[in-house]
Design a protein around this ligand. Structure first.
Ligand code: AMP
Length: 583
């Protein structure tokens, strides 16, 4: 191991013991049922995640506690107590009911990090709907694919974002209502014909709403995630996922009632809902929501200004902070920070060591994915951190490493990372794609799509993806999605897309393109193609680099060999090319 473990002398100065003091004992005595009892069930035995995140704190007498501090991108600030949160989400739940929302209807949310994003999310869940969060940087194509696939009947967005996707809306016939949020009158645009005003709906809706008696098995949230082939698929989670989100908030983020918590993930991705909504609020914690983008000084300002104690972020952000250097750290106090964690991509050991130097504490990496719905494996407050490792599985979860036949491998041997099915936050299907869902389970394991190894102490070490999926700045990108967008350009004959290693974003999207006869591979065309893909997809998903090739390497059956494109790009051995088509 290249780096020494971080043994955490600071643990001895903890005033209160960490939430998971002894991992081994916790594993042995673990019972999900005991944890279920810490949540509040609805009369009649139902379970609702939003009720547990919001309303129950009011019922228990903590209505005046601050739930959310919103720092707007233009310097605005808004604060909401749990009672106000309950009322706003209750109003929206009433508004949805008056629009005829039925249990299980999909409500898609295409919004920036506004307080209203959280009101409508919780309101929809309380009303029995299923939320589909959409990353607000998406262009029209990903939004269209998700609306069409899910059959969403309601879309909630802002005037600007609506304008961006206007062209795809007629192609989404299931949509019955578009609700427009015009935050603080930011937009002067008139409402498009047929659209509904959020502000008008809220003005006439009563605040009192009795939560729909969802069961723990009702669908609650769907997040689209990319695979190697085909369009992104909707991983569907049930209300019961909240139990694991709640307890991992305690175990893995060490959340306590007095904390001020900041999760930098966008609510359009799973971290932004599981840990930007459910985990902190079910734990009754005050959460800072920052609408602005990344900037080292801006981020440290947020920590100092709001006295953030627990901070959950991503490795790309940590690497960007490292690049910004020590000066911004030195010009801030950052002395309220008590626990830092990260997720989404490998956190390189240098980053853990750097964090330890800068913030006087380790950054705790943990591992999970859209399908797992909650943290599965973590470096805990109570244990030494092994820089570069994603830690050990949470109590109640069994993880393993298997070979290509899905048979277990001993410690130290790299292989496929797998999980024993049955954890509470496990996805229940891919929307309308049961076959694909079933294909993820082999020999009693769920196959995560990652490769890793486990050391003899049970710490897991990430190695890579077992498929062609690209991880850029913590966002999974399916190469097929990018290729499909590129070939819609009139000059493009074929496209092959790979992840190219990058020191900050881990990987960047790189495309190889062959052109139709009559088109020349010019610098101008390269720029035009990048722009074309950005507009259709989003800057986060579009290729950063494009190379022109006379033709792309393909198998005899005509499939583009991305593996070969990648090997050639990186100057690596080309491996087995026996299926390569002759030129
Ligand atoms: P997503 O489903 O978009 O949340 O992405 C999940 C994927 O991100 C995982 O399957 C991994 O490939 C990667 N990932 C998440 N957390 C980690 C981590 N701590 N270390 C390495 N890779 C991670």
């Amino acid at each position: 191991m290249p780096y020494d473990p971080i043994s955490k002398p600071h643990l001895s100065s903890y005033k209160v013991q960490p939430n998971l003091p002894d991992w081994d004992t916790a594993r042995k005595s673990h019972s999900w049922w005991d944890i279920y009892k810490e949540l509040d069930w609805l009369p009649g035995g139902g379970l609702n995640n939003a009720y547990n995140a919001v309303d129950r704190h009011v019922v228990k007498g903590f209505g005046d506690k601050l739930a959310m501090i919103w720092a707007g991108k233009n310097g605005e600030e808004e604060r909401y107590t749990f009672r106000e949160f309950m009322e706003h989400s209750g109003k929206f739940a009433n508004a949805l009911s008056s629009l005829g929302l039925k249990r299980g209807d999909r409500v898609f949310i295409f919004l920036d990090r506004l307080p209203e994003n959280y009101f409508v999310s919780m309101g929809t869940l309380k009303a029995g709907g299923v939320i589909g969060p959409l990353f607000s940087a998406f262009g029209p194509d990903p939004v269209r694919d998700r609306l069409q696939d899910s059959g969403a009947t309601i879309l909630i967005t802002t005037p600007d974002l609506r304008k961006k996707i206007a062209a795809i809306l007629p192609g989404c016939p299931a949509l019955k209502h578009i609700i427009i949020i015009n935050k603080n009158g930011r937009s002067k645009e008139p409402l498009a014909g047929g659209d509904l005003s959020y502000e008008a709906l809220m003005a006439k809706a009563p605040a009192d709403f009795k939560c729909v008696p969802t069961s723990q098995y009702d669908y609650a949230i769907m997040h689209y995630t990319s695979g190697t082939t085909g369009k992104p698929k909707g991983a569907v989670h049930r209300h019961q996922a909240v139990i694991q989100q709640y307890i991992t908030g305690k175990w893995c983020l060490d959340l306590r009632k007095e904390d001020i918590y900041w999760c930098t993930a966008d609510p359009g991705w799973v971290t932004g809902t599981s840990y930007g909504m459910m985990a902190p609020w079910t734990n009754g914690v005050t959460q800072v929501i920052y609408e602005g983008g990344f900037g080292a000084n801006g981020w440290y300002d947020i920590i100092d200004k709001y006295k953030v104690t627990v901070w959950y972020t991503a490795p790309t952000a940590v690497r960007m902070l490292m690049r910004a250097g020590e000066a911004p750290v030195k010009s801030h106090k950052l002395d309220t920070l008590r626990f830092i964690a990260s997720v989404g991509e490998p956190l390189n050991p240098e980053a853990v060591v750097w964090g330890n130097r800068m913030f006087k504490q380790a950054i705790h990496d943990n591992w999970w994915q859209t399908e797992t719905g909650a943290i599965m494996c973590a470096n805990y407050a109570s244990m030494e951190v092994r820089p570069g490792s994603m830690g050990r599985p949470i109590p109640g979860v069994e993880m393993g490493i298997v070979d290509d036949n899905f048979d277990p491998l001993p410690p130290g041997k790299p292989g496929l990372l797998v999980v024993r099915p049955g954890w509470p936050a496990m996805f229940h299907t891919y929307w309308n794609r049961d076959e694909m869902y079933n294909s993820r389970f082999k020999k009693g394991w769920y196959i995560t799509g990652d490769t890793a190894h486990m050391d003899s102490d049970g710490y897991f070490w990430f190695q890579g993806r077992a498929d062609d999926v690209i991880n850029t700045a913590g966002h999974l990108v399916g190469p097929f999605e990018v290729e499909s967008a590129l070939i819609e350009h009139p000059a493009v004959a074929e496209a092959g897309v790979i992840g190219k290693p990058d020191p900050i974003a881990m990987e960047v999207v790189k495309a190889f393109v062959s052109l139709k006869p009559g088109f020349e591979p010019t610098e101008q065309l390269r720029r035009e193609l990048i722009q074309f893909a950005r507009q259709k997809l989003s800057a986060a998903v579009a290729p950063r680099e494009i190379d022109f090739l006379a033709s792309l390497p393909k198998t005899r059956s005509g499939k583009i060999m991305r593996r070969l494109l990648k090997a050639r790009e990186l100057g690596l051995p080309e491996g087995d090319t026996s299926t390569l088509e002759d030129d």
